[in-house]
Write a protein that binds this ligand. Structure first.
Ligand code: CP
Length: 357
């Protein structure tokens, strides 16, 4: 039986660290997160050399991925697309449903089943929440199921963004004990921001983390997330005053106002300028603190911040490509091919290739 509209499913269907569908972050465990972060670093490192890039390209040339993106995307689409290219996976896409047989009345489930006839993984973004979960449940009922990856489901969840955010936090704090013990601020439209919602659900995996939500009252973090944090003993506070909490933060995760979800121009009533970062706020951030943003940015993130070494968002978006390659390797169970590699040997083999990471 297909459970329609099920918004929350485990990122891992198997209870261990194996991956099949990637739908939601709730059941994701530390062991899987640590393994994905390590795998991401390994893929990045291997890809630096020509020999490594060739090795990666030969891993999955027999696999095909389908992109079903009916909601706009730049980063998630391009990073997944390029992650596929890095691993030799061939890709096809529908980004505009008006070009598919949906305009002839074909239903969602028939469309998904049709995609699965041709490819080995479906990566999908939709405006409606729950569609990726619905597709995954459908797959679990058919003879040739293919994994479904949620690349953003309405204002609800964005699990692979949360994974790349974890990787970015983990790397940024690698010399300071990792994510454990850190104070992480999340600012902006927390009510409708799927990236911060998904990231919150992963925080139960880290010790002594404290969250600070900085948002206008109308766009405060929703109760489902707060209940989850309470259930797992993760302390959080809420404020509308960035200046009061900024000096204590190890990371500030800035998000934009999600105007696309307005029903009656409700965002216009809010003075959002109080929830922005510029030179003044940088002056209040710890010297070793970091600024993250899922991008695209709005007026909440002054471009002047870009040149500050604590601005992590451009690395964060590039990390998305490597993390998504790691996710695909896990889904196709090829992680051991990377884990067993002698990374130094690859580096030594092709010293002529520029080290772009
Ligand atoms: N961060 C993110 O999801 O960006 P896109 O909407 O451009 O994919």
């Amino acid at each position: 039986m297909i459970q329609k509209g099920a918004h929350e499913q485990p990122v891992s269907a198997g209870g261990g660290t194996e991956l099949f569908h990637v739908i939601g972050p709730r059941v994701c465990e530390r062991r899987l997160l640590d393994e994905l972060c390590d795998l991401t670093t390994r893929v990045r490192t291997v890809a630096k050399s020509r020999a490594g890039a060739r090795f990666l390209q030969d891993l999955l040339p027999d696999r095909r991925a389908m992109f079903y993106f009916t909601q706009p995307s730049t980063r998630t689409f391009l990073s997944f697309n390029n992650a596929c290219h890095i691993l030799g996976i061939r890709t096809s896409e529908i980004r505009d449903p008006s070009t598919s047989s949906e305009v002839k009345g074909e239903g969602f489930e028939d469309s998904i089943r049709t995609f699965s006839s041709y490819v080995d993984v479906i990566i999908m973004r939709t405006r409606e929440p729950g569609r990726a979960a619905q597709a995954a449940w459908l797959m679990d009922t058919i003879a040739r199921p293919v994994p479904v990856i949620n690349a953003g489901s309405g204002s609800d969840q964005h699990p692979t963004q949360a994974l790349l955010d974890i990787y970015t936090l983990d790397r940024s704090f690698s010399q300071r004990g990792g994510i454990d013990g850190k104070v992480i601020g999340m600012m902006g439209d927390l009510k409708r921001g799927r990236t911060v919602r998904s990231l919150c659900y992963l925080m139960k995996n880290y010790f002594d983390v404290r969250l600070v939500f900085i948002a206008p009252e109308q766009f405060a973090m929703q109760n489902d997330v707060k209940s989850h944090l309470e259930e797992h003993g993760i302390p959080f506070t809420e404020t509308e005053q960035l200046g009061k909490v900024l000096p204590e933060l190890d990371a500030l995760y800035v998000t934009r106002m999600q105007l696309e979800w307005d029903k009656a121009d409700e965002s216009r009533a809010v003075d959002f300028s109080r929830f922005s970062v510029g030179a003044k706020e940088l002056g209040m951030l710890k010297p070793e603190g970091i600024i993250m943003h899922p991008l695209p940015r709005g007026p909440e993130l002054d471009p002047a911040v870009d040149t500050d070494p604590r601005a992590m968002y451009w690395r964060q978006e590039r990390n998305g490509m490597w993390m998504r390659a790691a996710v695909l390797l896990k889904i196709f169970r090829l992680e051991s091919r990377i884990q067993s590699l002698d990374l130094e040997a690859f580096a030594a083999q092709d010293g002529d290739i520029p080290l772009v990471s």
